[in-house]
Design a protein around this ligand. Structure first.
Ligand code: ATP
Length: 370
């Protein structure tokens, strides 16, 4: 099988890599290890440095200091063409005057690969990507999704050590984005090539990655598998970034009372903490903390859960369930309720909190506790 992964190991390692543009440092010393065959997604808000990091791996941007390794090679000072990475861009970057087949095979042709070998690789890529019927068309006669598949085809025939994807699905409509997400995942499963994928879309990150690296201002806030990020965010930034709709946050204090530890906040919020959580939070009694609870953990399943009062402002029926948007005290709060619930704006409803699913963060540092 021509374009499946060989035996080369292709882990990627960034060691104390920095990047400054003039006097502005956009990446402070960054350490990141990506395992051979791993699919890692760099995600974060606009300007956090994910594209710069990807471009430094590709060699399209030089690192200001630090070392970048691919496999056993130090590639820090190697030019892009010698790093054996293939990059897929958001804007496809296809040659408009060439056919699909010529676009896919172009890199091989430039390297002087014999015509027969190019044809074989192009045919195989076209088969994997379902492009067989379009090989003689020009890019202008293709849909956005088909163009992106051609760009991916061009990347895979090069048999790179590493695939680099820079927001490759951003120009596609929502439905096609979801389809292409699956295609790229299946492709990775098949080719087993180490992949680094940049997106600002946390859903894309969560659904595609073996491991998600959440970046903020050039730093890594947390790097973990999607479920760990969702269930155990390391800090407020990650908690707020991962999950849609976003986690709710209520600022309050921890108090010790007769019933053990209690979280108290404006808007009549007061509830005792379960034993294990109370043990973890005991050193922080008297401190300002932020409670985090995801909308999906406000649905009543058990009687006897503590409840908080939600002043309803708006209702979003989504079909399977309904979101209720409002305020708890002065904090914005979104609850998820059963689709059949009859709730109107201006109601005050009691929202049960699944205490086993709450998170606590120190207000001073944002760091997760408990
Ligand atoms: P986006 O999702 O908007 O593409 P990003 O996380 O990929 O954002 P980068 O493109 O890596 O962010 O940019 C990181 C920071 O570096 C930004 O503040 C950006 O303005 C700055 N930057 C990027 N390229 C240059 C450049 N060539 N010259 C000066 N500053 C730059």
């Amino acid at each position: 099988m021509g374009i499946e992964k060989g035996i080369r190991m292709s882990q990627v390692r960034l060691e104390q890599v920095t990047k400054s543009f003039g006097s502005v440092t956009v990446i402070p010393p960054l350490d990141l290890s990506i395992a051979d065959r791993e699919f890692v997604v760099l995600v974060g808000p606009s300007g956090c440095g994910k594209t710069t990091t990807l471009r430094m791996i590709a060699g399209l941007e030089s690192a200001t200091s630090g070392t970048i390794r691919i496999g056993e090679r130090d590639v820090t000072d190697l030019r892009p063409g010698l790093r054996n990475c293939s990059m897929v861009f958001q804007n496809y970057a296809l040659y408009p005057h060439m056919t699909v087949a010529e676009n896919i095979g172009y890199g091989m042709k430039v390297r002087g690969t014999p015509k027969g070998d190019i044809e074989k690789s192009v045919a195989e890529a076209a088969r994997i990507l379902n492009l067989g019927a379009y090989l003689n068309r020009k890019p202008s006669a293709l849909s956005g999704g088909q163009r992106q598949r051609v760009a991916i085809g061009r990347a895979i025939v090069r048999q790179p050590d590493v695939f680099l994807f820079d927001e490759p699905l951003s120009n596609l409509d929502a439905k096609l984005r979801i389809e292409m997400r699956t295609e790229i995942k299946l492709l990775h499963r098949r080719l087993q090539t180490t992949a680094v994928y940049v997106t600002h879309d946390q859903v894309e990150a969560m659904t595609m990655a073996d491991r998600v690296v959440v970046m903020n201002q050039g730093r890594i806030e947390q790097a973990a598998d999607p479920i760990t990020l969702y269930e155990a965010p390391a800090n407020l930034f990650v908690a707020a970034f991962i999950g849609a709709p976003s986690m709710n946050f209520i600022e309050g204090v921890l108090e010790r009372g007769d019933a053990g530890l209690t979280f108290r906040a404006p808007g009549d919020v007061a509830f005792p903490l379960a034993d294990e959580m109370a043990r973890k939070l005991a050193p922080h009694v008297g401190e300002a903390v932020v409670l985090g609870i995801r909308p999906e953990h406000t649905i009543a399943t058990d009687a006897g859960l503590p409840k908080i009062k939600l002043q309803v402002r708006d209702i979003e029926p989504l079909g399977p369930h309904t979101l209720v948007l409002g305020k708890v005290g002065s904090a914005a709060f979104t609850a998820q309720v059963h689709a059949a619930a009859r709730i109107s704006p201006d109601d005050v409803i009691e929202v049960p909190i699944d205490v086993g699913k709450v998170h606590f963060f120190l207000k001073t540092t944002g760091e997760a506790v408990g």
